[in-house]
Design a protein around this ligand. Sequence first.
Ligand code: AHM
Ligand code: MG
Length: 338
Amino acid sequence: MDHAAVAHRTDLMTITRHVLNEQSKHPESRGDFTILLSHIVLGCKFVCSAVNKAGLAKLIGLAGETNVQGEEQKKLDVLSNEVFIKALISSGRTCILVSEEDEEASFVEPTNRGRYCVVFDPLDGSSNIDCAVAVGTIFGIYMVKDKDKPTLDDVLQPGKNLLAAGYCLYGSSCMLVLSTGNGVNGFTLDPALGEFLLTHLDIKIPKKGKIYSVNEGNAINWDESTAKCKFPKDGSSPKSLRYVGSMVADVHRTLLYGGIFMYPADKKSPNGKLRVLYEVFPMSYLMEKAGGQAFTGKQRALDLVPENIHDRSSIFLGSYDDIEEIKALYAAAEEKKP
Ligand code: AHM
Ligand code: MG
């Protein structure tokens, strides 16, 4: 075996080491981001372990069921949320937290406060847990304007202002995909080491893909442009349908294999289903950083300015050329309007 191969196997690039390397390129960096990230990683490891044991809940009384002492246990999404909130506050680096699980944003006490605002969905796709299908965590990070006077406007910012975003997929392996503004990297959890190791350097989404991913059951309510999205414009062979129903899993596949993921607006849901701040924005940010695009049906997704923390938006994201075609469909429909 040559040296390069040995080095490849023994020089372990953990996520912390990778982020430290990236941050050291900014002379003003004080290590705060690295500390924040290590607390996010801790939350992900907790959720990964809890999700892996979810099927045993009935037997040994884990989250979501009554345990052997007869105590009611917390549901996994509620438990995951509490773990993330506590980990983020105890990092001492956060200021405002917005979680899908909480109606209101949490403002961190001044004594524990830092400069970062974190928007997140601790356990996305949770309806898939009971059948052991992949779920995930999604997060985005903004910087507060004035740490001493945080306001909701610090999180009601367009997605293009994100400093970083990522997701963790609890699938056949546990993968954390992250962008701190410069490319997208994927880290796989080595369960023996308990560390996320760099396995997917500088992920680029294929320019065009052969897969489309959507809840086809809603087709009856779609507009004409949405209905045409799955048909390649050049008449090439049909795209294949893949839909897990967990955004993290569907977006992860789209990122690696190419194609489109969409949750469109329709007659029944004029703003689609997915939440702007902690679902649409982080995924759109990662797509763009990987060379893809994210479009709402009207505009670039990252230009949206949310009015409320739980706002929703329709979303089409994926390979650059595929989204170009979708943009053209919508532009043509707009032109036809009287
Ligand atoms: P959740 O946050 O309540 O889990 O809902 C979000 C999930 C996404 O993961 C997924 O893309 C979508 O809902 C699936 O919705 P549907 O069941 O309507 O296809
Ligand atoms: Mg969700």
